[in-house]
Design a protein around this ligand. Structure first.
Ligand SMILES: [Zn+2]
Length: 318
């Protein structure tokens, strides 16, 4: 090849090279587990996001149909998203058609840009739009850049959905039907769950946490408790939670999240009724059922405080 042509060839390849090398590789061990004929999930490590787990602390799923792949959530960094695509590629060469976002929290959406680059269409509930214009987005990105650099860096961005859903939606791909159900407001105001009737698999998003203290954030725990009943109504044989291992007994495993939320509400509600200040109430509460679990230190105090504020509002009838 003549030097000029050679140069042009190299330049024309640069964008591709940049795409492939954009994201620093992950070193954490990731596996795709098949839970039903078409359905798979990837289980994140326990606990909160840290340099040690490289942000791999949430679950994601994918369903392989004869016409392509439907992905549920994209993990917590672009690198993890890219690694997830590799895992999908180890199972099938079918195109990745859709990513359903269960909710706009960092650990479920920072991988979206890898899927978008792979040609997938992103679906989410329209209440997620508020996240894209709120302060939380930048604050969380800054915090994650601090904690998860180089996996989260100045090129990491949060993508909007290509299709914003206004409520429940149906999707059929390759003869496999997906019931996409709005189950919020619960963990967030935009919660979606995805049910695959052919496999009787339910991807619950963060309405269900298994094996760690849930992240309640500013969730409406009252509405969350009633949304758990909506999940039970699917009668899934298999439930993939947003965090923790897959469940073959949804009713039993939902109980952990339900009991935790109910306990927070009872304890903090009692304190509000008796005008006990938060610090005192927190110190007096018996946390023995939960303080040995992953993410207790990172999440429990904030969960309790937010519940305290919520119970105050509820007490005032707001
Ligand atoms: Zn979440």
């Amino acid at each position: 090849m003549r030097p000029l042509l050679q140069l042009l060839f190299i330049i024309s390849c640069l964008p591709l090279l940049a795409l492939a090398q954009d994201y620093p590789p992950v070193t954490v061990n990731m596996q795709a587990t098949k839970v039903a004929p078409h359905s798979y999930y990837i289980q994140g490590l326990p606990g909160a996001a840290s340099a040690e787990n490289e942000g791999f602390m949430s679950n994601a799923g994918f369903v392989v149909t004869p016409a392509g792949v439907v992905v549920i959530d994209s993990l917590g960094t672009p690198s993890l998203g890219q690694a997830m695509i590799k895992l999908i590629r180890s199972v099938t060469s079918k195109p990745i058609k859709y990513v359903i976002v269960t909710h706009y929290h960092a650990d479920h959406i920072y991988g979206l840009q890898a899927f978008k680059a792979a040609g997938a269409e992103i679906w989410a509930h329209e209440n997620g739009k508020a996240y894209l214009v709120g302060d939380v987005l930048e604050k969380r990105l800054a915090q994650r850049r601090d904690e998860l650099y180089p996996w989260v860096d100045e090129n990491t961005r949060v993508l909007p959905a290509d299709k914003w859903l206004t409520g429940d939606a149906e999707l059929t791909l390759g003869g496999i039907h997906f019931q996409i159900r709005y189950v919020g407001p619960a963990h967030t105001s935009e919660d979606l769950a995805v049910y695959v009737p052919a496999d009787r698999v339910l991807y619950s998003g963060d309405l269900v946490f298994k094996g760690r203290v849930p992240y309640v954030g500013d969730a409406d725990s009252k509405a969350w408790l009633s949304s758990l009943d909506k999940l039970l109504a699917f009668h899934p044989a298999i439930m993939v939670p947003g965090h923790g291992e897959v469940s073959y007994e949804a009713a039993r495993d939902l109980a952990f999240t339900r009991d935790y939320l109910a306990y927070l509400r009872t304890q903090m509600g009692k304190a509000v009724d008796n005008f006990v200040p938060f610090e005192e109430a927190y110190g007096q509460t018996d946390w023995n059922r939960y303080n040995h679990l992953p993410a207790f230190d990172a999440a429990n105090r904030r969960n309790a405080y937010n519940t305290y504020l919520l119970m105050e509002k509820e007490a005032l009838g707001k």
